[in-house]
Design a protein around this ligand. Structure first.
Ligand code: ZN
Length: 218
């Protein structure tokens, strides 16, 4: 598992504190401490004891919810991404575990904002904008495939409102909200992070060329 504080892969020792039983099952808080950042995380777990035909009983976990830190298990937004674009993404991550519907609405809005602002596409709805990106191959092939899947996984045909009013809260398909966030991360990398890296490398190279009395790279 990843530590929700520092996002490093850890194999923590955990301990559990029982807190009661109700008609849904038995509840406990699982406390894990990260050996890397020394911070605790708390999960609320519900389980049921099921009796096997042999008479032995087995614990079956019914739900596990991270309750602290209020988390996303996602990497922080790279600094190169302007706040204008990252704010919807961050909110979308924060509400993901409580409301995938709200999360997907925010991530669709963020996607539309990026397509309109960075790729200069403006159509009447998000599905048409995605089509425009695909038709004109405005992104690398893996990204084209990934944003096309936003329409397919989200079943835009059955929920036209997702496309017409991208920030509207409507039902989500399983995995849709996570997928949207994965795609936004890839877009951030391609549209904001990589150009900045190239820019810095070019500046460094030009400094070397100038030192050697050679013309700069365009
Ligand atoms: Zn940690």
């Amino acid at each position: 598992m990843k530590c929700p504080h520092c996002l490093v892969e850890i194999y923590p020792n955990s301990k559990r504190v029982g807190i009661g039983t109700d008609k849904d099952g038995s509840w406990y808080i699982e406390v894990t401490q990260c050996p890397g950042c020394n911070k605790n995380s708390y999960y609320l777990v519900c389980y049921e004891l099921r009796t096997n035909p042999g008479g032995t009983s087995k614990e079956v976990t019914k739900s596990t919810n991270l309750i602290y830190p209020k988390g996303t298990n996602r990497y922080p937004v790279p600094l190169e991404v302007p706040a204008d674009f990252s704010k919807d993404y961050i909110q979308s991550c924060l509400v993901l575990s409580d409301s995938p519907m709200a999360s997907a609405a925010l991530s669709r809005r963020c996607l539309q904002h990026i397509l309109r602002d960075k790729l200069k596409i403006k159509k009447s709805d998000l599905a048409k904008e995605i089509q425009e990106v695909i038709d004109n191959a405005l992104l690398p092939a893996d990204l084209l495939e990934s944003i096309d899947a936003i329409r397919n996984i989200g079943n835009f045909a059955a929920h036209p409102i997702k496309s017409q009013s991208s920030g509207e809260i409507v039902d989500v398909e399983p995995g849709e909200a996570e997928w949207n966030l994965d795609v936004l991360e890839m877009l951030f990398d391609y549209l904001f992070v990589r150009p900045e890296i190239v820019k810095k490398k070019k500046l460094a190279l030009n400094a070397k060329l100038s030192d050697a009395g050679k013309p700069n790279m365009k």
